[in-house]
Design a protein around this ligand. Structure first.
Ligand SMILES: [Zn+2]
Length: 144
């Protein structure tokens, strides 16, 4: 089997006027989210209104990029052929320290001691013209 060494190119995101600031920040390897100026709740994914109090006063913040695994699954048969070579890989819901939850792919091998509540941090992957936020397990010694 021939394997080409290329930059992975996955189906691209489709930013809207509301989500564009998230993707622009990602290009600079910053994990952006919104916070409501009226009720102080974190808001993610990006929205035009706060889902907690319906305020339109949302401001962009930069996340620490640290969190814990809320839940995860191992994808053996990806829903899109572009991800076939990655399988099996881990999809996880991440509870980010800043108070929001997001779905992402872990760079961690599925057999490497994954667990709910395990600490993770954001890592960035270039894909075509995009930079995508993925997550990796933080090892017991804290890593670099
Ligand atoms: Zn609010």
């Amino acid at each position: 089997m021939t394997r080409e060494q290329t930059t992975p190119s996955y189906p691209p995101p489709t930013p809207t006027a509301v989500s564009a600031p998230f993707w622009e920040a990602a290009q600079e390897r910053r994990l952006a989210y919104q916070r409501c100026a009226d009720c102080a709740q974190a808001v993610f994914p990006p929205r035009a209104h706060c889902p907690h109090c319906w305020s339109e006063s949302l401001t962009w913040q930069e996340s620490t990029g640290h969190g814990t695994i809320a839940s995860f699954t191992v994808a053996h048969r990806p829903g899109h052929p572009a991800f076939a070579e990655l399988a099996p890989f881990v999809l996880a819901l991440i509870d980010v320290q800043d108070g929001f939850r997001l779905l992402s792919r872990l760079t961690t091998n599925p057999e490497e001691g994954l667990a709910v509540s395990a600490p993770v941090r954001v890592v960035w992957e270039s894909s075509g013209d995009w930079t995508l936020p993925l997550f990796e397990l933080i090892t017991v010694d804290g890593g670099p």
